[in-house]
Design a protein around this ligand. Structure first.
Ligand code: UDP
Length: 247
């Protein structure tokens, strides 16, 4: 189902682990998660099919463990398990709203007591039934990121767009914290982003989106209502796409 107003029918929302921690330096802020759940519920009520990939950086990042001498693959598995904690937290928040949203957590690593296994066709079926599907455990493979997982799952479920929720309001031509003249892009092409090393997502994620023609919108999740604004086609954040003009 797609409402008259919405620009998209099926979206993939990428939430970093850090987006769940608010002002804390670690872990989960339940109030922030509640706000995100409300924002997601708004677009579900609009009839948009929502899949989510959630990161784990608020709890554990494999690369940091490896830097301290851990085996990298083992550290990455711990990172993937961290994403499942976030996925379950988000599921709980969505299902405890006054107007609850039906959800399924699908894990790329088997943990059948708490999550369904990831089965592509089943994920699509859930979406068609207006259940929010939350993908946990990343891609199930070490050496990858949840940005890459978002690009992969986005392609697999035919998402029309990847919404990359961040703490900044888009992509700039230089670091806005260091350069007050930094310019924010409204739209930018994949090629321009690549040539100018704009770091929309990590290289693997970016390549997957580019090759499969899946646009990415980078936007600030901290402003309540922004998820809905983006799916309604409001020009907030930065749109990265195949053949768009630079503006
Ligand atoms: N990870 C992984 N494979 C994946 C996705 C994630 O090994 O397919 C691990 C990796 O260690 C990563 C951690 O899970 O550091 C948390 O994911 P990520 O850093 O992407 O989370 P975010 O930055 O979005 O919070």
């Amino acid at each position: 189902m797609k409402t008259e107003k919405s620009k998209y029918k099926r979206i993939l929302l990428k939430l970093s682990g850090e987006s769940l921690m608010g002002d804390r330096s670690f872990g989960i802020d339940p109030e922030v998660v509640q706000d995100i759940a409300l924002q997601i519920a708004e677009i579900v009520h609009d009839g948009i099919e929502v899949a989510i990939v959630v990161g784990g950086g608020n709890i554990f990042r494999g690369i940091n463990g490896a830097a301290k001498g851990m085996d990298r693959a083992t550290a990455d598995y711990i990172g993937m398990i961290a994403t499942v904690m976030n996925a379950l937290t988000l599921q709980d928040a969505l299902e405890h709203l006054d107007d609850p949203i039906q959800t399924r957590v699908m894990s790329a690593i088997a943990m059948q007591e708490i999550a369904e296994p990831y089965i592509r066709r089943r994920a699509i079926r859930h979406l068609e039934n207006n259940r929010v599907v939350i993908f946990g455990a990343g891609s199930g493979n070490p050496y990858f990121t949840t940005d890459t997982t978002a690009a992969l799952r986005g392609a697999e479920i035919n998402a029309e767009v990847i919404l990359k929720a961040t703490r900044v309001d888009g992509i700039y031509d230089s670091d806005p914290e260091k350069n007050p003249q930094a310019k924010r892009f409204n739209t930018v092409s994949f090629d321009h982003a690549l040539i100018h090393d704009l770091r929309v997502m990590d290289a693997t994620a970016f390549a997957l989106c580019k090759e499969n023609g899946i646009p990415i919108i980078v936007f600030d999740l901290g402003v309540t209502g922004n998820i809905r604004r983006v799916v309604m086609g409001e020009s907030i954040g930065t749109y990265v796409g195949g053949s768009c003009e630079i503006s």
